[in-house]
Design a protein around this ligand. Sequence first.
Ligand code: GTP
Ligand code: MG
Length: 369
Amino acid sequence: NELVTVKDLSEKMKLKVGDVIKKLMSMGTLVTINQRLDTDIAILVASELGYDAKLVSIYSEEKVENKIEDPAKLKPRSPVVTIMGHVDHGKTSLLDAIRSSNVAGGEHGGITQHIGAYRVLTQTGGYVTFLDTPGHEAFTAMRSRGAQVTDVVILVVSATDGVMPQTIEAINHAKAANVPVIVAVNKIDLPGADPQKIRQELSNYGLVPEDWGGENIMIDISAKKRLHIDSLLEMVLLKAEMMELKANPDRSAEGIVVEAKLDPRKGPVATLLVQTGTLKIGDNLVIGTTYGKVRAMSDEHGKRFTEAVPSTPVEVLGINEPPQAGDKFVVVSHESHAREIAQSRKEKAKAASLKPRHHLSLLDISAGN
Ligand code: GTP
Ligand code: MG
């Protein structure tokens, strides 16, 4: 791991090369001016000379991840929606209802696989992307990594059960992420359903329906009987329109891992949500602590893509090992850069995971004394 020459390092510190060589000699390292220094030695000598050096790849994370977007290049993108709610309140049923009433007939290409995210084309012509997986844990994990995954939350509340612990959790997640909540009061087909009571309960948690002077859209639905699913979708699109969601499709892609697994046949498979830029076949990816090259992209119907624009979820093949849900991905120019960045992140992650153990053994020693 030899990167910087003695000359380069001296220039960076604005010191004479001779002084740096002398210092290195005093540390027992004999070098010439153009010799490349081992990273650890470079950091050490810099520190001896009063500099706090740290290893930053030329393709540093900042450079890779925080490209500034030119507002003129932003174009409208479709909304990304997460359905949340208490156990058994009907999240999966709602997703099924949305999918079956909106998947265009021609798109049915054999068996539909579960890929954790999919897009539907609504009656009015706009796409909506739904994230299927984020259980609350994955959502929390993503948020703790600073990843904003969803534009809108649909909160499903059973009209017979009312507000439950995970309902409150979902409300809190949405609030913390500053994401608007559209409430779907579900199971209104059941005899005991009391949608007004649900509205009352929700207002105790800061969700106030629009017709009560609040800010939250609330729609009474039945996922099972497929009632008012279209109105719900319409409201999502309306909300999204007001948010003026935009991204730049004309740049290298960035986004997030929705889920990933090791498929016995296909190898590592990841469902990625493109958040900005356009993902293309052949792109070199860094994903969390792993990397790869996009070999194939497909949707949940197995339909192949060569390009994926912002807000598109795709199943991607060609990754080295399965990343974690919530990991960010970025496209870099060379495979070797992807590998290098992934490697350095892996080392950092390893170092971080080792630290607490170190700390523990110190405590043990002092406790022993
Ligand atoms: P978890 O994934 O376990 O958290 O549950 P979920 O929120 O995905 O609920 P799911 O869609 O699995 O629905 C739970 C039960 O409620 C199932 O038996 C559904 O058939 C039923 N159910 C869902 N929506 C409706 C509805 O609109 N009306 C009625 N009567 N039953 C519903
Ligand atoms: Mg479910």
